[in-house]
Design a protein around this ligand. Structure first.
Ligand code: ATP
Ligand code: MG
Length: 636
């Protein structure tokens, strides 16, 4: 007992006790501080509501009494009560309205309310003690209840020290008024104490309830704000990412266009070169241009994949052929480095002839994996193996492993490999080329196909990349070699087609191209293939020319000022529809958009074929030979 008394006597313990009575906090100081500083006005609203109820009850009692003829309608006391009640109401109302201001001066607002309530309650107690009627008893209770609620409310939200000060102030005001009253007696004092105590207990529970609710609301709104903030940040980040992607795509597109001029001019020059020495120079320039083009293609590929996901076009293909051709593409480089590249397709059951997937995309993945393996291996071998586990419902599990005996990848880097632009060897001592986008592209493609790509590696021993995919398969018919060629991919430029052996064609072509250099190169290339051409600078000019003259073919650039290629093709097709006597003229799109999906876009808009810039004579000849007749021997 004495220990308990000693505890009470200790101000620190008393302070703690007071705090624990009034305030069940969040237990997190910064959260608590935020809660305390953000005035959410539920306490004030509580005051507001309770004083409204009190005033309403008072009016009801007063009217009841009046109707029964018990009391004079308005005596001095009634007026005082009414005006004080209205004052308190107005104060509560204001506190709710001017949340901003009251939140900044929260302590002041609370103290004022408590003082006002104390004064009011004491005043009423003094005036009403003698002639205690039912109104008097009720009024004493409700006023002290409001006051007590305020006190406890202030107790919780104010610092404990302030609260004690307020409590002392309130008590002394009450007692002062009470003692000063001429009719004051012991019974009145007892009644007042009972009122205040009962009201305090009741008020405390009411407070606890409202405070609990207030804290819950605070947490809820905080969570809501956080979610909104996170969403906003996510949107911002996505917008920034989109802007970056668009920038990358635009830049590589812009660079591809002049590259067309460079490669085209070099091709022409190569055909006319005088000495072997010249040819050597031209070859190095062309090789460099091609390498640059590959980098651009990769950036463009990545940008596109990043922006709008991969668009897959599944078709049947022979998986063995895909793997073998991917390995073959690197056999020359491997030979130079003194390593061996092998394709192992023994794991594919012989009865399986085709798989159904986007072969172009799968090949792109394989090419990058094999290219990496060859690039990072100095001795030994690179083995690409494929196995297929046939399952139910015509589905098979395809597993592709590309292993090398190269330098390996440290454990810590394995998880970062698929991040765009990540390279294990970075900085100025980098000894291998590349953009660091290859694996990021592979992962996007494989995930879009519903598969997984993983890597395991031992530094100094080698690395194995494993791709797992579920694909439909079929047994039986063999595919023609044609279907394995697929779409142009980022790697299409790595293996140049064999020189010479170009067809000589016949016909007149309308060349629509805004870039003067590109137009010149294209005209010269067409000429070298035996084709006459007329040049239009933009779509509108092309349409005008098309109206008055019949061409055998239109080579249409897609992006041009005044009128772009897509719109021009639409008009050309409309002209043909109006004039039924006119045969349909093949339109071949010329575009620097080198990606899959663009081909479909061009075909959808009414074009017949598609040629990526920069193109060389071989590519142009290949496409044109599909649409134009070969020149008769006499012409050639
Ligand atoms: P890009 O493919 O864009 O031309 P890159 O080959 O550097 O450039 P990724 O294919 O994404 O880019 O590979 C990222 C990095 O992962 C490489 O730079 C290399 O450090 C590491 N890496 C990938 N494959 C291997 C491998 N077989 N052996 C060792 N390191 C590898
Ligand atoms: Mg790579």
């Amino acid at each position: 007992m004495s220990i308990a008394c000693a505890r009470f006597a200790n101000p620190r313990h008393l302070y703690k006790l007071l705090r624990s009575l009034g305030n069940r906090g969040f237990g997190n100081p910064s959260l608590e501080a935020e809660f305390q500083s953000g005035f959410r006005s539920h306490g004030v609203r509580f005051l507001y509501v309770s004083s409204t109820v009190a005033a309403g009850c008072f009016m009801a009692f007063w009217l009841g009494d009046l109707l029964q003829g018990n009391r004079p309608a308005f005596d001095e006391l009634q007026w005082t009560r009414l005006s004080l009640s209205a004052g308190l109401l107005a104060f509560g109302q204001m506190a709710v309205r001017f949340k901003e201001a009251t939140s900044r001066h929260y302590t002041l607002a609370c103290s004022l309310m408590v003082c006002l309530a104390a004064l009011f309650s004491a005043y009423v107690a003094r005036k009403g003690m003698v002639k205690a009627s039912s109104i008097e008893a009720y009024w004493a209770l409700t006023t002290s209840m409001v006051m007590a609620t305020l006190m406890t409310y202030g107790f919780a939200r104010l610092r404990a020290g302030h609260t004690v000060l307020l409590g002392v102030f309130m008590l002394s005001v009450t007692v002062g008024f009470g003692l000063d009253a001429p009719e004051f007696n012991r019974i009145a004092f007892q009644r007042m104490v009972i009122h205040v105590t009962a009201a305090n207990v009741l008020g405390y529970f009411l407070y606890r309830f409202s405070m609990g609710r207030e804290r819950k609301l605070f947490l809820q709104s905080r969570r809501k704000n956080h979610v909104a903030e996170l969403r906003r940040m996510k949107e911002q980040a996505e917008a920034a990412n989109r802007a970056k992607t668009a920038f990358l795509a635009n830049m590589s597109h812009e660079i591809r266009t002049p590259m067309n001029g460079v490669i085209g001019a070099l091709s022409m020059l190569n055909d006319e070169a005088v000495s072997d020495r010249d040819r050597l120079f031209i070859k190095s320039a062309r090789d460099s241009a091609r390498n640059l083009l590959q980098v651009l293609n990769e950036i463009l590929d990545f940008a596109k994949l990043d922006a709008q996901k991969v668009r897959l076009s599944p078709a049947p293909f022979d998986p063995r052929q895909t793997l073998t051709s991917a390995c073959e593409a690197f056999s020359a480089i491997a030979l130079q480095k003194g390593i061996e590249v092998r394709a192992n397709t023994r794991g594919v059951p012989p009865e399986v002839r085709t798989l159904v997937a986007d072969e172009g995309k799968l090949r792109q993945v394989l090419l990058n994996l094999v290219s990496n393996a060859v690039k990072f291996t100095q001795q030994g071998e690179v083995v690409a193996s494929m196995s297929l586990v046939l399952g139910a419902g015509g589905m098979a599990q395809l597993r592709i492993e590309v292993s090398d005996t190269g330098m390996g990848i440290p454990e810590s880097a394995l998880s970062c490999l698929y991040q765009p632009f990540y390279q294990v060897e970075s900085g100025s001592n980098r000894s291998h080329g590349g953009t660091g986008l290859g694996l990021a592209i592979c992962k996007q493609i494989i995930e879009e196909m519903g598969g997984t790509i993983t890597a395991r590696s031992l530094v100094g021993t080698g690395t194995t990349f494993e791709v797992m995919l579920d694909v439909p398969y079929s047994i039986g018919e063999r595919l023609s070699k044609d279907s394995a060629e697929g779409e142009p991919s980022a790697f299409a430029d790595t293996a140049p087609p064999p020189a010479n052996d170009l067809p000589v064609l016949d016909g007149e072509v309308l060349l629509v191209e805004d870039n003067e250099v590109n137009a010149f190169i294209a005209t010269m290339t067409l000429e070298s293939l035996g084709i006459r051409s007329v040049h239009a600078r933009h779509g509108q000019q092309a349409v005008e020319m098309f109206k008055t003259h019949a061409f055998d073919l239109v080579l249409m650039d897609c992006e041009m000022p005044v009128m772009d290629g897509y719109e021009a093709v639409g008009l050309i097709r409309a002209i043909e529809a109006d004039d039924t006597a006119r045969p349909r003229t093949p339109v071949v799109a010329l575009t620097a958009h080198a990606l899959s999906g663009d081909r479909e876009a061009c075909l959808e808009r009414g074009m017949d074929d598609y040629l990526t810039k920069p193109f060389d004579r071989h590519a142009l000849a290949l496409v044109l030979s599909r649409w134009l007749p070969a020149a008769s021997t006499a012409d050639a």
